[in-house]
Design a protein around this ligand. Structure first.
Ligand code: FRU
Length: 442
């Protein structure tokens, strides 16, 4: 048990009660519940004993951890994978059409690795290995550690699709009628690709009709292109989806009709002395927008963050001059900060959050934070930032999610070093609102 109040326990990011976690797995929405499975070591705070942990949420932000869902068998650990709702009962797992089977496809990590299935007939509470966990996709002979199947239903071809990482630089597509027998479809080759593929279609904002497919790897290098049920053809890429220090193995939810929501492992955060290790990123909605540079992904925290809003500090429009500090007095461990300013007569602006710096230099169009930097263009000096601060993480969203940076840190104990200042000149602040965030743990 935990009070969720340990010193380095994030307030509004998912962590396991105890033990290590890494990749989000099996993200699927079904009957009002968001499922978050995750790579879990139930026995320690280091990587190992990989098992699918499980948590549920009705709103994507407040989570409730359930018993582990899929445990190692046959000498193999349960590595990353995905889950889907079998609406047509194409696998025949559901005894009748009243309850749909949830189907999980994962890597059975026993060399040479293969891909296996489990299913649930009770809304994800308990899982049964299909065919005793035998591989439905055997090792392809390209790498003994082929892994991380992402499955989804492709309506135009009325087939199940699997994209699988088969070796450095190659992902392989398969198709199936019944989730059990998989037929080779194509390979997508590119030198960059490394583990945890995800692929999904997004509408192009404000263009009807118009859509593209996004394919990305664990480091969130992404390609924009077309998928016809057999092969992915890239039009653009690779592009970088996140510029922070700790964003890895992201996956999006299957079976959400209205939007595409993504969560990632914030890889390599530090949680000294805690009964758990590692946290997930805040769930973000992905959109595809056309900019001067071409189509680009945008990431923004899901609207449901508002369910966590507590008190608000709001500053009406004002001019930030040297010597002022509108962040004085902040002591909260978690907040959602919105900032909009005209920096045309300012040098760089700096946020100090627990003593960590986020610096934006409008002349160079560069934002830097926690050792990372990204290009963020200001339009005639106008800039928008959204910063979600939790006990051990800072996530920055520039210009409505055009740039995101997700990073972890360890706060110095008792630090109240919160500042906002310009290095030179005056900044015209149009919006500075700071919503304190309540804990997601009930
Ligand atoms: C990515 C990864 C996956 C693998 C899992 C094992 O972080 O290495 O490729 O399935 O973690 O925990």
């Amino acid at each position: 048990m935990t009070s969720y109040k340990e010193p380095y326990r994030p307030r509004c990011h998912f962590t396991s009660v105890t033990g290590w976690l890494n990749d989000p797995n099996g993200l699927v929405f079904y009957k009002g519940e968001y499922h978050l499975f995750f790579q879990h070591n139930p026995k320690g705070t280091e990587w190992g004993n990989m098992t699918w942990g499980h948590a549920l949420s009705a709103d994507l932000v407040q989570w409730h951890q359930l018993p582990d869902a899929i445990e190692p068998y046959g000498g193999g650990m349960i590595y990353s994978g995905s889950a889907a709702v079998d609406h047509n009962n194409s696998a025949g797992f559901a005894p009748d059409r009243g309850e749909h089977a949830l189907v999980a496809c994962f890597t059975h990590a026993h060399k040479p690795y293969g891909q296996a299935l489990a299913f649930s007939l009770d809304r994800g509470r308990t899982w049964i290995l299909h065919d005793h966990g035998r591989h439905v996709v055997p090792n392809q002979g390209l790498d003994e550690c082929e892994r991380d199947p992402k499955i989804f239903w492709h309506e135009p071809s009325r087939k199940w699709i699997m994209v699988l990482w088969v070796k450095k630089g190659t992902v392989r597509f398969f198709k199936s009628n019944d989730l059990k027998a998989w037929q080779y479809a194509s390979d997508f080759l590119t030198e960059y690709f490394y583990e945890c593929p995800d692929i999904f279609e997004l509408p192009i904002a404000a263009e009807t009709p118009g859509s593209r497919w996004i394919l990305h790897d664990a480091a969130f290098n992404y390609w924009i292109g077309f998928f016809d049920g057999n092969a992915f053809r890239a039009e653009t890429g690779p592009l970088r989806g996140d510029f922070g220090a700790n964003f890895y193995a992201a996956q999006t939810w299957n079976n959400m009709a209205d939007r595409r929501v993504q969560i990632a492992w914030m890889r390599n955060g530090k949680y000294p002395g805690m009964p758990f290790s590692q946290q997930m990123s805040f769930p973000c909605a992905l959109t595809l927008l056309r900019s001067a540079a071409g189509l680009r992904l945008h990431r923004q925290p899901v609207e449901e963050i508002k369910l966590l809003y507590d008190t608000l500090s709001y500053h009406d429009s004002f001019t930030l001059k040297p010597g002022m500090n509108p962040l004085a007095g902040i002591e909260e461990s978690a907040f959602d900060l919105h900032f909009e300013a005209d920096l045309s007569s300012a040098g760089a602006i700096v946020f100090r959050i627990y003593g960590r710096e986020i610096r934006y230099a409008p002349g160079q169009h560069v934002i830097s934070a926690l050792g990372q930097a990204a290009r963020l263009t200001s339009d005639n000096g106008l800039i928008k930032l959204r910063i979600i601060v939790d006990r051990t993480s800072i996530e920055i969203f520039g210009n409505e999610g055009a740039v995101s940076m997700s990073s972890c840190f360890i706060p110095d104990s008792g630090s109240t070093d919160f500042k906002l200042y310009t290095e030179s000149g005056n900044a015209v602040i149009k919006d500075l609102s700071i919503h304190r965030l309540n804990s997601i743990w009930q």
